[in-house]
Write a protein of this length. Sequence first.
Length: 219
Amino acid sequence: MGMETFAVQPRDTAWHTLLYAAHHAFRRDLDRLAAAAAAGKGQASHVRAGWENLKEQIRLHQELEDGWLWPRVERAVRGHRAERAVLEELRSDHARLAPLIARVDAAMGDTGAGDAGAGGDLRAAVRELSEALERHLRHEEASALPLARSVLAEAEWVALAAEARGRCEAGTPLFVPWVVDGIGPVERSRFLTALPKPLRELNRVTWEPRYRKRRLWSI
Ligand SMILES: [Fe+2]
């Protein structure tokens, strides 16, 4: 398959579809998890499956940012202390999320004697994770992403889009249907039309049906 470029400006596409849309999906899934925990359904199998998928999406997103995006931004701002500090804070944000994710895991796995207690633990753990993630996402959206947008060349955004595409095809086929899950029709079509046509087709024929079958978060 040839190197097809995205239909609209790569910078805006990569920025919005890959980064912002994923942030939106993190928030949506954490709201779903909070609702499930509040209803005492944190142990339901589709809720667990939703959480497993969310963790995987967070991991992949951070991998793309920490392993690909931020090092390039860092190179571009070399020597500028204030900008470098922004990037360092993001790294420590990511490190801070890990134990909070582990705490949700532990609370979900806790089906022991004190069920009411376990439910309470899960609610508290989800709340803490949501707050920390929200702080982190705002931080990124307010400072790091605009910085990336201003210092990276168009070609680098094309490369980021290609990198993400490769990951979608190889190991993360559920990224696209996960992002568009439950979003409004306008945003949905904006997101999907920004994808190269072969990916859009792949999503329609394979990824989305597969994603829907999993019924993530249904209780
Ligand atoms: Fe991000």
